[in-house]
Design a binder for this molecule. Structure first.
Ligand code: COA
Length: 392
């Protein structure tokens, strides 16, 4: 576990992934502070650096970014063995109560000096793919094209496992997409995996309040996460580009279309992990596929092929691997030309009858999981996962 974390510490790409920001003209940094535009510009420039500035500077950049966007550090101190997050937390905490404006200014100055040291001009115009909202995400690529908002999970090295930060960003991206002018919202994954589910290292970051506090915070986050799908007002499409595990599979019952590449698989190994189903699957799965087939998946960890998942109604259609992207996207582009209000209102009509029920199911599932996360069964299963990795 420690080795895995240290490896993450040296992966500069993860530190520098501030994606989906609009192109801005650079304005000279003022001595009084930095404008939001200058801050966005500095973030763009960070990803253009050719040389690794070293861990000390990367920690400083991280800390200033958090202080500028969030304010003073108010998150629980990571556990002793969680080296990477502990180092990041320490760096952020060390900024004390400096204002967000001051942090923005220091951030811009620091990036500016790094760019200049590489011989670049700090007054250069930089283009980047804009997110519809102009929001900046560390773990997602959010883009808008042809009236389609695409939310792409972007941790391919970790098979797009969902961290706490990523849950928050997905909630935010869904809320933004609900308000934008696009007709469809599409969910997909970067790399060869769709998603490997909950990042199991979420369970290793025990706050000072202990496992109970971690479980309660996890439960609150999960409730909000699933709620964002239940309440999503427009057609939601999953483009399942590879294997899918855990919550990325259970939540599929909330999607209006699920298109899968033929080599995708669908696996919900909850009992194996001492856990229980979420994403409203304890309700949607028996309705979709009947109680027996739902039990095979949710209780007995049966992994389905894409074709099997399609036969059971979890997947809408399966496409050959070699034409998956082209066929799916050309289909979606044509769907996105349909009248947007008619689509959204029809979707709401289809879902409205069971919305209240889904919220109640979400509450019940979260309550059960909060209990499971404090159980020995879950603790031992998570430890086994990381111990098996450490032996490799
Ligand atoms: N949580 C934390 N880390 C995960 C992860 C998860 N859910 N899924 C993958 N990773 C990490 C691996 O630890 C590995 O990290 P490392 O490179 O630092 O060692 C990296 O992602 C690549 O995964 P790896 O296991 O080497 O790839 P694989 O193709 O052999 O197997 C999976 C992929 C998804 C089958 C396997 O990683 C797995 O079983 N993950 C756990 C899935 C799970 O139980 N999810 C929760 C369901 S409730």
């Amino acid at each position: 576990m420690a080795l895995m974390s240290l490896r993450g510490f040296t992966q500069t790409s993860r530190w520098f992934r501030f994606s989906s920001v609009p192109a801005f003209k650079f304005h000279q940094t003022s001595l009084m502070g930095a404008t939001v535009e200058q801050f966005e510009e500095a973030k763009n420039k960070l990803s253009t650096l050719k040389k690794d500035p070293g861990n000390a500077l990367k920690l400083k950049i991280y800390a200033l970014f958090k202080q500028a966007t969030h304010g003073p550090c108010d998150t629980p101190k990571p556990g002793m063995l969680d080296f990477v997050n502990k180092a990041k937390w320490d760096s952020w905490k060390s900024l004390g109560s400096i204002s967000q404006d001051e942090a923005r200014k220091q951030y811009c100055n620091l990036i500016g000096s790094l760019v200049e040291a590489e011989g670049g001009s700090s007054a250069q115009e930089v283009s980047a793919q804009p997110a519809a909202s102009g929001h900046v995400y560390n773990t997602l690529l959010v883009s808008t094209e042809d009236d389609i908002t695409t939310i792409k999970l972007n941790r391919p090295a970790k098979k797009n496992a969902i961290t706490t930060e990523m849950y928050e960003e997905i909630i935010d991206a869904l809320q933004q997409a609900a308000r934008d002018t696009c007709v469809l919202t599409v969910f997909t994954g970067a790399g060869d995996f769709y998603c490997s589910g909950n990042d199991l290292s979420n369970f290793t970051k025990i706050p000072e309040g202990g496992v109970e506090e971690m479980a309660k915070a996890g439960g609150d986050l999960l409730r909000r996460y699933v709620k964002a799908y239940i309440d999503f007002p427009k057609p939601l499409v999953a483009v399942v580009n590879g294997p899918a595990v855990g919550i990325s599979v259970t939540i599929l019952g909330m999607f209006d279309l699920v298109y899968a590449t033929e080599s995708a698989t669908f696996h919900t190994p909850f009992s194996q992990l001492g856990q229980s189903p979420e994403g409203c699957s304890s309700y949607t799965y028996p309705r979709l596929m009947g109680p027996g087939k739902a039990s095979e998946m949710l209780l007995f960890n049966k992994k389905l092929t894409a074709v099997q998942a399609c036969q059971l109604g979890l997947v809408t259609e399966v496409f050959p691997d070699n034409s998956f992207q082209s066929e799916v996207w050309s289909r979606l582009r044509s769907y996105a030309k349909l009248p947007p209000n008619s689509l959204a209102l029809s979707k709401q009509l289809i879902r409205s009858m069971e919305k209240e029920q889904l919220h109640a199911v979400n509450d019940a599932e979260v309550e059960r999981l909060v209990e499971r996360w404090t159980s020995d069964e879950c603790f031992n299963a998570v430890m086994s996962f990381f111990q098996a990795k450490a032996k490799l």
